[in-house]
Write a new protein. Structure first.
Length: 595
């Protein structure tokens, strides 16, 4: 039993011997066929000796050429156009060598009809390439009957790559059509045996294939992708994949994510401004293990930071970001920003030139349940960072703020607003202190997107607090680049506001994600009520007195002057107050807690 299994198991040697034997038999048959056609199916006796001499000379030449052009090293099931092209070149080489030898040693050949040479070359190429393509054709036909159907949306190059992958067994779908915009000259033609159709034909395809999947090529921005998906959904398609080209020979098929549709990359990113700000500097990042902090660290390394200090009080997060970055320029520091003495020792030792303060408690309901912890971490910790930066002559400090600081309704937002005031009014000498305010980032640990994904994968329901609740969203990498860009142009005292685009209704986001997962009708959306401190709409500006910068995606909120001694005294009262919310309201009159 084991012996028979070993004999049947594929191997490179067995494949080579099979093709070599097949080539010898087929070459004999094609040469004999060429002779038959040349002599009207009756070969004169005097030409038979020349037939065998020709075969015995031609066969070694052909085998040598096939070896040279790697025709015995291919994987049978993946035989493609490039392999067939090399097969043709091998035939040209073999038959050219044969003709040269024939002309040089013509008397030794005996009677030989020269017209046989081009006929046999054509027959031989078709036969040898055909045998190599046969398994792929059989597998492709068999797989097409078993695999789920798909329509390919996008460029011809991407569609061709996908069809070739499907035929070669590398794509778990059966392409039934390539769909292009109306008016395309390719409509009605074929790519790899798959017909090119217009969008108007999609409803008919959906009727034939109710489980149809749309595979979109990696083209267009998020707005264009969103429009395209909406059009496909209108045609009845509920399953989506995205095809990404990663270079000339590499591609990847992945699920279409809600991040792909919501991403609003800013149009005015200026890498050179960021590089000039970062390159060659010693930079300290607090909260380096968080979603924003870790991405900031990645980008700082990319832009040429000289030395990067990763500060975080969560051991695992700090370990994870340090291991992921794996860069000798990084130094992990396990430290809480609330520990002023140890933080001061760190500043005295490393003397950073730039400090980016991203450490904060950001989860609104948790901060509502633990207001003293939120005040200590978000206010006292930030004050420690700002005070020590001024004391040790840091050139620039960037305080990461939040849209929840605008007319706050929760402790988290109130603490962020207090620190915006502190950063604007702290006497800083040569130290430039700026705050950067933005909304939610897609994919962060506290974002609704990972939560909704988990709920959908578990079969639902998806929980939304209120049918009208809206939020701003931006991708983490783009938000972090804008933070660095704003820091680069800052002169001190500003509160920069990032353009987050249009707000998104969370209920619509949930339903969209359910459709993308193909779970419409299976997973419900359930409303649970607003959580403590949560409000329906987030804002980015306190008033209309903002200033513009030279970048469309960055502008400046109106300045808020506040006596620093009074602010420090009121912060001390917050720390000792029986109810920190009431004490925070004395600093921020626009703070109206909601339960």
């Amino acid at each position: 039993m084991n012996l028979s299994r070993n004999l049947l198991r594929p191997s490179a040697l067995k494949r080579t011997l099979f093709f070599l034997s097949a080539d010898m038999i087929l070459s004999l048959m094609t040469l004999y066929t060429a002779y038959l056609l040349r002599f009207n199916f009756h070969i004169p006796t005097q030409y038979l000796s020349g037939f065998w001499e020709s075969y015995l000379l031609l066969m070694p030449l052909k085998v040598a050429a096939l070896i040279l052009f790697q025709q015995y090293r291919i994987v049978w099931r993946f035989y493609g156009l490039g392999d067939a092209r090399r097969m043709l070149l091998a035939h040209f080489a073999a038959y050219t060598a044969f003709v040269v030898l024939f002309l040089l040693f013509r008397p030794a050949f005996g009677p030989f009809p020269r017209s046989v040479i081009p006929m046999d070359m054509v027959f031989s190429f078709v036969a040898l390439a055909g045998v190599r393509s046969l398994k792929r054709l059989i597998l492709s036909e068999h797989r097409g009957r078993l695999l789920p159907p798909a329509v390919l949306i996008g460029s011809s190059a991407a569609s061709d790559a996908l069809i070739r992958a499907a035929h070669g067994g590398g794509l778990p779908y059966d392409p039934v059509a390539v769909v292009v915009e109306a008016g395309s000259p390719h409509i009605g033609s074929y790519i790899g045996g798959v017909k090119v159709r217009s969008f108007s034909e999609l409803p008919l395809l959906v009727q034939r294939h109710p489980d149809l999947t749309a595979i979109l090529s990696d083209a267009g921005d998020a707005r264009e992708l969103d429009r395209l998906v909406a059009e496909l959904e209108g045609s009845g398609i509920r399953r989506f994949k995205r095809f990404k080209l990663l270079g000339e020979r590499h591609e990847r098929l992945e699920d279409l994510s809600i991040e792909d549709l919501l991403a609003r990359p800013p149009r005015d990113l200026d890498p050179e401004v960021i590089r000039a700000f970062v390159v060659g500097k010693r930079i300290l990042v607090t909260g380096a293990g968080g979603s924003i902090g870790s991405e900031l660290c990645r980008q700082l390394l990319d832009f040429g930071v000289r030395e990067l200090f990763l500060v975080d009080n969560a051991e695992y997060n700090l370990y994870a970001v340090h291991e992921t970055l794996a860069d000798p320029r990084t130094v992990p520091v396990l430290l809480s920003v609330t520990d002023r003495n140890r933080l001061g020792m760190l500043f005295a030792r490393v003397r950073p030139e730039v400090v980016i303060h991203a450490a904060a408690y950001k989860h609104v309901p948790l901060c509502e349940f633990n207001p003293y912890s939120a005040v200590e971490n978000n206010i006292v910790g930030a004050m420690n960072v700002l005070d020590l930066s001024v004391e040790y002559g840091v050139k620039k400090v960037v305080n990461i703020s939040s849209d929840k600081a605008v007319r706050p309704t929760n402790v988290m937002g109130a603490t962020k607003r207090v620190i915006e005031l502190y950063a604007q009014n702290l006497p800083s000498g040569e130290t430039e202190i700026v705050s950067v305010r933005f909304g939610n980032v897609l994919g962060s640990s506290g974002s609704v997107v990972p939560k909704f994904k988990a709920q959908i994968e578990a079969g639902g329901p998806v929980t939304v607090t209120h049918p009208e609740i809206t939020r701003y969203f931006m991708l983490i990498p783009e938000a972090c680049r804008l933070v660095l860009q704003a820091a680069a142009i800052a002169r001190g005292g500003e509160v920069f506001v990032l353009d987050m685009g249009e707000p998104v209704k969370i209920a619509d986001l949930a339903r969209r994600m359910i459709r993308l997962y193909g779970k419409e009708g299976e997973v419900d959306v359930v409303y649970t009520g607003l959580r403590p401190g949560e409000k329906l709409y987030e804002e980015l500006l306190i008033d209309e007195a903002e200033e513009k910068t030279r970048y469309e995606s960055i502008y400046v909120a109106g300045r808020s002057d506040y006596p620093i001694d009074r602010l420090r005294q009121q912060i001390a009262e917050v720390l000792s107050a029986p109810d920190p919310r009431a004490a925070l309201q004395k600093i921020i009159p626009e703070y109206h807690p909601v339960s």
